[in-house]
Design a protein around this ligand. Structure first.
Ligand code: COA
Length: 162
């Protein structure tokens, strides 16, 4: 049986923390789809197309990973595409409360047999978020090792145009 999982988020932009979860979960499933969500509650720095393109570039060596984007209810996208699992990363205990609520809500909405699967984020990346990376870069701070190199160039380019 082929297993398919979704790893979803805003990825505005993708960080090495996200890449860590993608790399590790790609080994657990036959196919991993990275789903860029268009979240109406967020005002992204990068367009949907830019976010998809950046993830494609960074994951091009992972053969069973592909990138897609969607909007609306996560469960609708998951059921429609017949995923077996949705992967989420846990950075700290503070993520847990939100994640358990979301997983339990999704359990009511997912088709039978679809599971939420949680991976602990590598401690190296447990303190970062996309917003924090953007803030530090916008103030000329150093985020070496926390973001793939060419994504860092793209963040810098965005802020230099402002
Ligand atoms: N490494 C580094 N950073 C990480 C990380 C990791 N492993 N995991 C998460 N983060 C960061 C993200 O970059 C993000 O940073 P930001 O808030 O500064 O942008 C932050 O942690 C939160 O990430 P996440 O919880 O994945 O939020 P999101 O907006 O990226 O995605 C959805 C949230 C998509 C999962 C959720 O909003 C959703 O499902 N929306 C669809 C609507 C829906 O179905 N709602 C009902 C849900 S029950």
């Amino acid at each position: 049986m082929t297993t398919r999982a979704l790893y979803t988020g805003s990825f505005d932009p993708m960080t090495n923390g996200h890449l860590d979860i993608i790399t590790r979960s790609s080994k657990m499933f036959d196919e991993l789809v990275v789903g860029v969500i268009v979240n109406p509650n967020k005002n992204p720095l990068f367009t949907r197309e830019e976010r998809v393109e950046m993830i494609q570039e960074v994951t091009s060596d992972l053969e069973n990973v592909r990138v897609d984007s969607f909007e609306g209810l996560l469960a609708d996208y998951v059921n429609r595409n017949h995923f077996d699992a949705v992967v989420r990363g846990l950075r700290a205990t503070s993520d847990f409360e939100y994640e358990i609520q979301m997983a339990q809500m999704n359990a009511c909405l997912f088709d039978k047999g679809i599971e939420s699967v949680f991976l602990m984020t590598s401690p190296r990346y447990s303190f970062i978020s996309s917003s924090m990376i953007k803030e530090v870069v916008s103030l000329n701070g150093c985020v070496d090792g926390l973001v793939p190199e060419h994504i860092m160039d793209r963040i810098k380019a965005k802020f230099s145009r402002r």
